[in-house]
Design a protein around this ligand. Structure first.
Ligand code: NDP
Length: 458
């Protein structure tokens, strides 16, 4: 039996849900197919539970300095309570997503969708076929584990959200977002944490001062680093897992977690049945309107391997609907995307790094380093870093990088003037809010240093 829809969405994550309900608001008959839980990576096993864990881990920091404000705290932590409360909140959010889809008359189908042709999707379990004028692939991605001996002993971020007990120690391999965020979470919750990375400094591609500052901050929280090495073999040990590294190191950990990137969910989707082209990394190949080479099939979000961030998937979903169901071709601008790394200390980033900007034009660099006021009564030496990069002579703001408490919230607001193309003078016109950390961004006077023709001026 076949049923006809204007749109069949495969995958009820951030991008798919947004597209489904918006298409429905334009009068389309829409079905969304999901084989796991409604909400996708972000809500179910990504951004949202991660941030709840980050909040939990940061209490230890507050307890550390509480004494300097006159408090005495006798604190203990219960993982089971955090897990149960986190699960309750994720259930609530999933229900909210379901209600929204139902409110917009989107049919939710709990099954696995397999594309059979340009206009047909088979429901694997129900064994029936949906006929679709348009198909949207929004299946996201999954964690990648290196193919080494014993890799199945290791967890990924997926399992980290459901550990029955906290390990005494953990090795996290990888140097990207997930590795540094989970290192902060585990260390803050009292787990002896080691981060191993194949390169020589975490967060490749980020501004160097932020990378150095974050590493210092992580070390001061007791996190151990192994650089220029990868695990080559994992073995079950007496209590935990033995990890043998490419440089010969050999250690035991209570748990090993891979945070070595994510891969698009394109396997077993039947994309080949419709002739949909993939990129060399196995993502769905799309143009700026999220269109594949097959006219009736589009793809948004992590499955396209463009920018793996929730707000981008949401925008791509909305732009797809605007293009197809509102006759208004709309492309998402991927050029100026603010982002936060919820590490400890936190990082907020927008625009070019110092090294990138210096290759584009002559630049001024403004840097402020200071102890956050919250720490000044204690002996905690950690400094916050705020960096503004502008065209030379007070021109356009090209980059903003913030390391320290509230960096994520700050960079969201800096994104507004930067999206408007603000100059240094626009920042200067803003009145400072005192005493805050963010006021440094509007009170910079002379640049700390400059670059001409790609070289730092002495
Ligand atoms: P990232 O791409 O950020 O980092 C992957 C890391 O794994 C890199 O350090 C990479 O090294 C390393 N790596 C890759 N392959 C191997 C290998 N075979 N052996 C050893 N190391 C390897 O991926 P994540 O999984 O951390 O995050 C995925 C994406 O999800 C992010 O890029 C981001 O877009 C998004 N995300 C966003 C968050 C946020 O907004 N706060 C939070 C979490 C995720 P190298 O650098 O050398 O390539």
């Amino acid at each position: 039996m076949t049923e006809a829809y204007d749109l069949v969405v495969i995958g009820a994550g951030s991008g798919g849900v947004r597209a489904a309900r918006m298409a429905s608001s334009h009068g389309a008959r829409v079905a969304i197919i999901e084989e796991y839980r409604v909400g996708g990576t972000c809500v179910i096993r990504g951004c949202v539970p991660k941030k709840l864990f980050v909040y939990a881990s940061r209490f230890s920091e507050v307890f550390d300095i509480a004494g300097s404000f006159g408090w005495s705290v006798d604190a203990s932590f219960d993982w089971a309570t955090l897990l149960a409360n986190k699960n309750k909140e994720i259930d609530r959010l999933e229900n909210a997503y379901v209600s929204t889809l139902e409110k917009w008359d989107v049919e939710i189908i709990r099954d696995r969708g397999v594309i059979e042709g340009p206009n047909a999707v088979r429901l694997k379990n129900a064994d029936r076929v949906l006929e679709a004028k348009h198909i949207l692939v929004a299946t996201g991605g999954h964690p990648f584990k290196p193919a080494i001996q014993g890799a199945d002993l290791a967890i990924t971020s997926n399992e980290a959200f459901h550990l029955e007990t906290l390990p005494d120690s953990i090795l996290i391999e990888g140097g990207g977002y997930i590795a540094v965020e989970f290192a902060g979470i585990f260390a803050g919750l009292g787990v002896k944490t080691t981060l191993a990375y194949r390169g020589d400094r975490i967060l490749r591609g980020f501004d160097d001062d932020m990378r150095v500052g974050l590493e210092e901050g992580m070390r001061s929280r007791g996190i151990n680093f192994i650089y220029n090495a990868c695990t080559e073999r994992l073995e079950q040990a007496d209590k935990g897992i033995r990890a043998i590294f490419s440089d010969g190191q050999d250690h035991r950990y209570g748990a090993v977690m891979y945070a070595t990137g994510r891969v698009p969910n394109t396997m077993g989707l039947g994309l080949e049945n419709a002739g949909v082209q993939l990129t060399p990394r196995g993502a769905v190949a799309v143009d700026k309107f999220s269109a594949t080479n097959v006219a009736s099939i589009h793809a948004v979000g992590d499955v396209t391997d463009r920018v793996a961030l929730t707000p981008i998937a949401i925008r791509e979903g909305a732009a797809f609907v605007e293009t197809i169901f509102n006759s208004n071709p709309t492309a998402v601008d991927h050029s100026l995307i603010p982002t936060a790394v919820f590490s400890e200390p936190e990082l907020g980033v927008l625009g070019l790094t110092e090294a990138q900007a210096a290759m584009v034009c002559d630049i001024d660099v403004y840097v402020a380093r200071f102890r956050p006021m919250m720490n000044t009564l204690s002996d905690k030496p950690e400094r916050m870093v705020l960096k503004l990069i502008t065209e030379k002579g007070g021109g356009k703001v090209l980059g903003c990088h913030i390391l320290g408490p509230g960096a994520g919230e700050m960079i969201q607001l800096v994104a507004i003037p930067m999206a408007m193309g603000a100059n240094k003078a626009d920042f200067d016109r803003a009145v400072a809010v005192h005493p805050t950390a963010a006021e440094e961004l509007v009170t910079f006077k002379a640049p700390n240093y400059t670059y001409t023709n790609g070289e730092k001026d002495l």
